[in-house]
Design a protein around this ligand. Structure first.
Ligand SMILES: [Zn+2]
Length: 233
């Protein structure tokens, strides 16, 4: 299902993540910084089996092309990432379903106007509201392009936030171990790519009145945050 997908951080560059995977290439690679050079070196890495000098930690991420994402349905607001904000999906974990099918469902919901559980109606969004999705088994999928602001049904401006959602309702379910490890690895990647300030790692409740990301995530948050800020490797 996966190619070998890695983020490569080149000279501390803060460029936005390359959009989707680059055409005609397997494995798909996200590049940071000067795309072609990084991409070429990454291929060399792949062939030679040795890490290029600028390689950060590799993290498998299911790219949009592999889960069959539709293009964004309308214009989105560009953003410069300054925050990393965690969410839960608020829906029961479905470990038997593939991450791809979950992403397709999430995109279908996101791109249409839908009635919410609390009776309100959400408007159609351009794309999934989150930049990354972490399934119950720890699979990480690419959501909205990080260089565009996400969307929310709650009262805060998500501009500048890299939104990461974990599958589950953590009011009554527990985040899985693989899921938490993936969240930490993704956090490391965001620190490396965007130099996110320690104070700007948080979760939805830090910014809006909501139960998200659920009491059981809030309980493990101090440890998650500590491990993200301790760095990878
Ligand atoms: Zn949330």
């Amino acid at each position: 299902m996966f190619g070998v997908i890695s983020f490569f951080v080149f000279g501390g560059a803060r460029d936005a993540l390359a959009k989707d995977s680059m055409p005609g290439a397997r494995p798909a690679l996200f590049g940071l910084g000067s795309g072609r050079l990084v991409f070429g070196a990454a291929i060399a890495f792949f062939l030679a089996g040795t890490a290029p000098s600028f390689a950060a930690e590799p993290l498998p991420i299911l790219p949009r092309t592999d889960w069959g994402a539709k293009a964004p349905s309308m214009l989105m607001s560009p953003q410069v990432p300054t925050h990393v904000t965690f969410h839960h999906s608020a829906a029961k974990q479905r470990p038997g379903k593939s991450a791809a099918s979950k992403m397709l469902s999430l995109q279908r919901f996101s791109q249409s106007s839908e009635k919410l559980a609390d009776g309100r109606t959400k408007k159609a969004w351009a794309d999934v509201p989150y930049h990354f999705y972490i399934a119950a088994d720890g699979t990480v999928a690419e959501g909205r392009d990080v260089s565009f602001a996400g969307d929310t049904n709650t009262d805060y401006d998500p501009s500048g936030h890299i939104s990461i959602v974990l599958e589950g309702n953590f009011e009554n379910e527990l985040p899985g171990e693989a899921q938490i490890e993936a969240a930490i690895s993704l956090g490391h990647l965001m620190v490396a790519a965007y130099q996110i300030d320690a104070a700007n790692f948080g979760y939805h409740q830090h910014h809006a009145s909501t139960a998200c990301p659920g009491a059981n995530f809030v309980k493990v948050w101090p440890l998650v945050r500590e491990r993200i800020l301790a760095g990878g490797g």
